[in-house]
Design a protein around this ligand. Structure first.
Ligand SMILES: NC(=O)c1ccc[n+]([C@@H]2O[C@H](COP(=O)([O-])OP(=O)(O)OC[C@H]3O[C@@H](n4cnc5c(N)ncnc54)[C@H](OP(=O)(O)O)[C@@H]3O)[C@@H](O)[C@H]2O)c1
Length: 237
């Protein structure tokens, strides 16, 4: 049975990924920062069945490496896919008012943590040489619209990262893809009140991506709700 390492598993997008993985009869290895985050994930999913928790602070540049080291040592389950979606604050603070401290905090979470997740897990997937491996990231259309400058600027960096990773994996055993999301997704119980799209509905797109071997080195464009059940994509380079 395949396992998906989910980095950022307890957020809106992480819950969508975990629900999709479990629906697709795969297991989850979820990195969580503490027990209360783990409890939050179990509450949203409704059960811990199929989920192994690894405790680490993904804002640190040693967190994912530490988890992968434990996988190599046989202390945590082997994984075949990675999905990353760590995020910071969704704030509209104008450029002139962004403090150095808030900028660094948010670039660390929304860019660096996702980059560290790639840098420190891709080598493991390449070594395993499992032919159906995938590595996926969720980015946002904020990177183009920039109505929320802080998260937007980090998305810009993730766009460039995605092009480089797509190019570097074009001929490997790992299908790298960027899921580009253009509307708000929230965990189901919050979305029911706010009118955002439900995480479990958005998860359908990841379920499709895991099984569609044609989609490689691409940006999957989720711009309308219909895009969640029929993937639209284009090559990243
Ligand atoms: N939601 C959307 O509609 C949307 C749309 C477009 C793109 N995206 C992309 O998806 C990313 C995640 O969005 P989201 O809505 O899922 O965000 P979220 O709900 O705020 O979740 C963020 C994740 O990062 C973790 N995290 C936050 N601060 C942390 C810290 N200081 N240390 C360690 N972990 C920390 C959270 O862990 P805890 O649960 O422990 O706090 C959670 O797992 C965004 O940044 C963006 O790149 C999202």
């Amino acid at each position: 049975m395949e396992t998906v390492l989910v980095v950022g598993a307890t957020g809106n997008i992480g819950v969508s990924a975990v629900s999709a993985v479990l629906r697709s009869k795969r297991n989850v290895l979820a990195i969580v920062r503490n027990q209360s985050s783990a409890d939050k994930l179990v509450k949203y999913i409704g059960s811990s069945k199929g989920i192994t928790f690894a405790e680490a602070d993904v804002s640190s540049d040693t967190a994912v490496k530490g988890v992968v080291d434990q996988v190599r040592a046989g202390k945590l389950p082997a994984f075949h896919h990675v999905y990353t979606c760590v995020g910071g604050e969704y704030t509209i603070t104008p450029l002139q008012e962004i403090t150095t401290e808030r900028l660094r905090y948010n670039m660390n979470l929304t860019f660096e943590a996702n980059f560290f997740a790639y840098r420190d897990s891709i080598g493991y997937l390449l070594e395993q040489n499992y032919p159906k491996s995938t590595w996926s990231i969720c980015t946002g259309a904020q990177g183009e619209t920039a109505t929320h400058p802080v998260p937007a600027m980090a998305q810009g960096a993730l766009f460039s990262f995605s092009i480089a990773a797509a190019r570097e994996n074009e001929s490997t055993n790992v299908r790298f893809n960027e899921i580009f999301l253009a509307f708000r997704v929230e965990v189901d119980e919050v979305a029911a009140k706010s009118g955002a799209v439900k995480a479990t509905d958005f998860g359908k797109s990841y379920e499709l991506l895991l099984d569609d071997e044609k989609v490689r080195s691409s940006r999957i464009r989720i711009e309308t709700e219909a895009d969640m059940s029929k993937l639209r994509y284009n090559k990243l380079f």
